[in-house]
Design a protein around this ligand. Sequence first.
Ligand SMILES: [Zn+2]
Length: 261
Amino acid sequence: MSTDTNAAPPARDSAMPRTTLSERVAAKLGQLIVDGVHAPGSLLPTEPMLEKQFDVSRVTIRDAVKLLANCGLVKVRHGSGMTVQPPENWQYLDPLVLFAHVNSPRSQKMLNEILEVQHFAEAELAALAAQRRTEASLARMTELVEQMQTHIGNHARYTALDLEFHEAIAQAASNDLLRNMLAPIHRVVRDGYMLTTELVGAPARSLEGHARILRAIEQRDPKAAREAMNEHLDLFREHIDMRFGATGGTQQLRHEASTPS
Ligand SMILES: [Zn+2]
């Protein structure tokens, strides 16, 4: 019989400090899912088994499972248990899912693959946009670069505008299939954008890159647009490696997540 209460002191080893017991259980279970210990399509252990495993009450397990269901990691069907959902159902922006990925040994490989696909797609979209842009789409892209200049010190605003700019390029390229392929990738890299924007000097260099891309598109020069986008994404990659590389990036992220500035 478990004897926990939600008033238990927070565990110091948790990736998500200052949380309730059910949130910490959800974080641990979420980590096991993202790490592949509980694979998509498989059933989670039953409530009594989880009670034993985590040494917590049934209520805590139920609350934890609700959190996992809210971020798309599991689906609860009464009578047939808790099924681990496929990764396309996961809410990558939910802190629980994001932290599990940052902490996962698989995260580096997944991140590499995502960035590669993003790179190929965006370079070609920039080239197509240079060929197919209209006066209206050019005006939109120009406006976004101007707004980025204005909001260069506001990380959240800059990141949102940055992504909007990339989406405006995809729109100007007029290839809906490629644009739709990129949408979930942008959802995943959004947090990377936000975190790299916080690096000293990063927004200024990023803005220069955006201006170069814009100029090439304006001049209807696909080769220059592709090159400018390649360079811009190489820089993003460099910043991502600085943030999440082998030099304790994960620890740093954990630290910052627990210390709101
Ligand atoms: Zn950008």
